[in-house]
Design a protein around this ligand. Structure first.
Ligand code: NAD
Length: 298
């Protein structure tokens, strides 16, 4: 069934996601603060709206893809009044779990329905409609959102109630960030011990050290020809985004009083890496920072 979707935030991710909704036969009313982002989306069949509230007023669904929680909550404050009763608000941005829960509360208090639905898969996944959506909210809201999410992704998981999608996203990325550091440290130690990259890869990738950071996104050039290490660490998944996601994980770790020393340390390491050189590099480039600390060359 064709829907009318107000799509707010037409950046690197939102632009191609909105285009995929158009491709699936939906009417998409797009808004962004940056005119060039709107112009690009219009080329894909999105209808340009100069005010978010005007798009929301005629939509049955509102999708947001914004940088951070403050943008989502600020926008909700501006547009909830304009929306029709029962409109479904799907926030696909990656934001704090507490902000996601606040967004749910504000939306439902205003007579709307809400779902948090952050994604993994990056810009490549957004363009190819192969994103994974991790959703939080009620079962009815999830089922209602499902066809739209399936038009933008290949996997859609209902993780639980409000904020559960954001929780799944930051927990997964905490595993990823920590495991990439572990793999990188092992390669640097192996180098120091005279072990070749290929030898360590051949053993660990078929033994208990096997993980995505090793066997798909291998941080040293050679063993996995497609990994970013073979193209001077062009992303892939930018270190700045990993630093952002681990910052959100660290907020949750502290708020919950959970012991997660490696997660907190990984957040510090990616933040320092992103601030120094790695903002636009793939996060696996952190191996070079670890190697430099070890006394080797960069
Ligand atoms: P982006 O900066 O390219 O796009 C965000 C867009 O939101 C910008 O065009 C900006 O102008 C717009 N915006 C901000 N406030 C607005 C407002 N009040 N009204 C209208 N538009 C507004 O960022 P992105 O890379 O598309 O990422 C979006 C979200 O997706 C982030 O939360 C990010 O963490 C998450 N994410 C990104 C990736 C990735 O690989 N880029 C992967 C997974 C998740």
């Amino acid at each position: 069934m064709s829907r009318t979707v107000a799509f707010i935030g037409l950046g690197h991710m939102g632009g191609p996601m909105a285009a995929n909704l158009v491709r699936a036969g939906h009417r998409v009313l797009g808004h962004d603060l940056i005119p060039a982002a709107v112009d690009d989306a219009v080329k894909s069949g999105v209808e340009a709206m100069s005010r978010a509230a005007d798009a929301v007023a005629v939509a049955d669904t509102v999708v947001t893809m914004l940088p951070a929680g403050r943008h989502v909550l600020g926008l909700y404050d501006d547009i909830l009044e304009a929306a029709r009763h029962d409109t479904l608000f799907i926030d696909c941005s990656t934001i704090d779990v507490t902000d996601a829960r606040t967004a749910h509360e504000r939306a439902t208090a205003a007579g709307m329905r809400a779902l948090d639905a952050p994604v993994s898969g990056g810009v490549v996944g957004a363009e190819a409609a192969t994103l994974t959506f991790m959703t939080g909210g009620g079962e009815a809201e999830f089922q209602d959102a499902r066809p739209l999410l399936e038009a933008m992704g290949k996997k859609v998981v209902h993780c639980g109630g409000a904020g559960a999608g954001q929780a799944a996203k930051i927990c997964n990325n905490m595993i990823l960030g920590v495991s990439m550091i572990a793999v990188s440290e092992a390669f640097v130690l192996g180098e120091s011990l005279g072990l070749s990259h290929q030898a360590l890869y051949d053993v660990a990738s078929t033994a208990s050290g096997q993980c995505w950071a090793l066997s798909v996104n291998c941080p040293v050039p050679g063993p996995v020809p497609e990994s970013p290490a073979n193209r001077d660490y062009r992303p892939g998944f930018a270190a700045a985004l990993m630093a952002k996601d681990l910052g959100l994980a660290a907020n949750a770790v502290r708020a919950e009083g959970v012991q997660a020393e490696l997660g907190l340390r990984a957040a510090e390491m990616y933040t320092a890496y992103a601030e120094r050189v790695g903002a636009t590099e793939d996060f696996s480039g952190i191996v070079r920072i670890i190697r430099a600390h070890d006394g080797g060359d960069q």
